[in-house]
Design a protein around this ligand. Structure first.
Ligand SMILES: Nc1ncnc2c1ncn2[C@@H]1O[C@H](COP(=O)(O)OP(=O)(O)OP(=O)(O)O)[C@@H](O)[C@H]1O
Length: 476
């Protein structure tokens, strides 16, 4: 089958000009085995009718998509890594392959790659992605999307038949190339690079491009106003994203400024982890020895990065005005936190003060009881109406403790959301769908040992069921 006529390609990013990217060539791989094809998102962009061969031609051999870039663009950026400035970053193993519009809401989406070969920004590295790294990115994005997090989507994963050597995987290890669908690849680090190079004109260009392309409502008469309104909007978006991570029990792991997208979409899934139990000090990356990016430190880390973005806008706006714009982060995070909590529970707001009380009570209970993170939301989706189900389940002793009583009382004062569905088959299962590190390793082991992908496919089905169960209760 050929391309559907609904596909709406774009080449918007090229309008920024050659100072923002380098034209590159994809690696030639010895083999292409399709491991994951995201049909749901293929439909959203009108690519669902591609045959597997055509899919591989575009997303494994990178033959251009009609109407999109004739040649891929490796994007230039810098960034703070663990708070140290690194001017040697940029797309070192990826590129912007294509752009197209979401057919549901018209948003511009990027097809970005990971593991597609070396670029001028690869330094001494091989430009490749391990298959395990690709599998982990697919699992993280599917899970986060189902839990209501504004995340990039893993569009395609193709195994590429090379042997790679990595310090953090038994080597040689298998290779892959991932295509990610993302609402922009403009990172805080994209602005930082221009600031570092003292290219104020290009900062203004990137700012105007970002507003026109991703936040047209923020357009204002003067550059000064645009800089402030843009920063405020990015702070709101990133604040909302951070709150969604917290309610998904997600630890990103590497909150460097090159990993923060100005649209507030979460991306770049390396050493991520989900929390087994609520623990602010829980750290994902083995190399994060100080806990800089621990679960509970995520909001502060995001704000630290946003402050770096504010610095890039100093040539155009007064410091006080930018500081005021940064103040938009905390309320957005707190509001987002409360509403994400209510969505996870399938409840409607009972007024700001009560919502705050409920949030505090649940957090205190979860911290002290050490109830498995996902279990709590699974048990209490639907609120007090789920009481008999929750209190007959494996955590019944925990819910019988006096510490839970205040939570139960508060839950009883909340009405169920019209779209909550605690009667869904998902909630009738013994256990919630989780993506703890042991779950991931249990999926990977049979792939590594005998190329058995059944657990991977089973997990994607389990996530789909969970996504259906939460349905509209968790906004996409
Ligand atoms: N194997 C590799 N070959 C070349 N460059 C690499 C490799 N691994 C990482 N890099 C580069 O190192 C920097 C930091 O890597 P990081 O893992 O944060 O990004 P990434 O996962 O490659 O890409 P993205 O941020 O787009 O998801 C980036 O500039 C990245 O391109």
């Amino acid at each position: 089958m050929a391309l559907s006529s609904r596909f709406r390609p774009a080449q918007a990013h090229a309008a920024l000009g050659p100072e923002f990217y380098d034209l590159v060539v994809a690696a030639t791989f010895p083999k292409h085995v399709l491991r994951h094809r995201n049909q749901r998102w293929a439909r959203r962009v009108g690519l669902e009718t591609l045959s597997d061969e055509e899919w591989i031609a575009h997303f494994g051999r990178f033959e251009p998509l009609p109407g999109s870039f004739p040649q891929p663009l490796a994007l230039r950026y810098h960034g703070h890594q663990f708070r140290h400035y690194n001017p040697d970053l940029g797309d070192g193993r990826g590129f912007l392959f294509a752009q197209a519009h979401d057919l549901e809401d018209g948003r511009l989406l990027d097809f970005g790659t990971k593991g597609s070969g070396q670029t001028p920004w690869s330094r001494t590295a091989d430009g490749r992605l391990t298959l395990k790294g690709g599998v982990r990115e697919v699992l993280a994005t599917e899970m986060l999307e189902a839990l209501g997090v504004n995340t990039s989507k893993s569009f395609s994963l193709i195994e590429t038949g090379e042997d790679l050597v990595r310090g953090d995987e038994p080597s040689p290890t298998r290779s892959s190339v991932l295509v990610r669908l993302s609402h922009s690849h403009i990172r805080i680090g994209s602005f930082q690079r221009l600031r570092y190079l003292q290219q104020d004109d290009n900062i203004a260009r990137l700012l105007d491009y970002a507003i026109q392309t991703y936040m047209p409502d923020d357009w204002r008469e003067t550059l000064e106003e645009r800089a402030v309104v843009f920063l405020e909007d990015v702070c709101r978006r990133v604040g909302a994203m951070g709150s969604q991570w917290m309610l998904a029990g997600f630890v990103h792991g590497v909150l460097n400024s090159d990993n923060i997208n100005i649209t507030g979409e979460s991306f770049d899934y390396g050493p991520w982890r989900f929390l087994p139990v609520l623990d602010p000090r829980f750290t994902a990356a083995y190399f994060d020895e100080s806990g800089l990016y621990a679960y509970g430190a995520q909001p502060d880390s995001l704000l630290w990065n946003l402050t770096r973005l504010a610095e890039c806008l100093l040539p155009f706006a007064k410091q006080e005005a930018l500081e005021k714009a940064l103040d938009a982060f905390r309320p957005a995070f707190h509001e987002g936190f409360k509403s994400a909590l209510l969505r996870r529970l399938g409840l409607v707001s009972n007024g700001d003060a009560n919502d705050t009380e409920l949030t505090r009570a649940i957090w205190k209970f979860m911290l002290e009881s050490k109830i498995p993170f996902e279990r709590f939301f699974f048990d209490w989706h639907g609120g007090i109406a789920s009481r008999s189900r929750a209190e007959a389940g494996v955590a019944k002793a925990t819910y019988a403790s006096p510490e839970f009583a205040p939570v139960r009382t508060l839950l009883a004062s909340y009405a169920q959301a019209a779209d909550a569905n605690p009667a869904h088959a998902y909630f009738g299962q013994d256990a919630p769908c989780t993506m703890l590190v042991d779950d991931v390793e249990a999926i990977w082991a049979p792939i590594a040992e005998s190329d058995d992908w059944s657990k991977f496919h089973d997990k994607l089905k389990a996530i789909e069921l969970m996504a259906q169960a939460y349905g509209a209760a968790i906004s996409r």
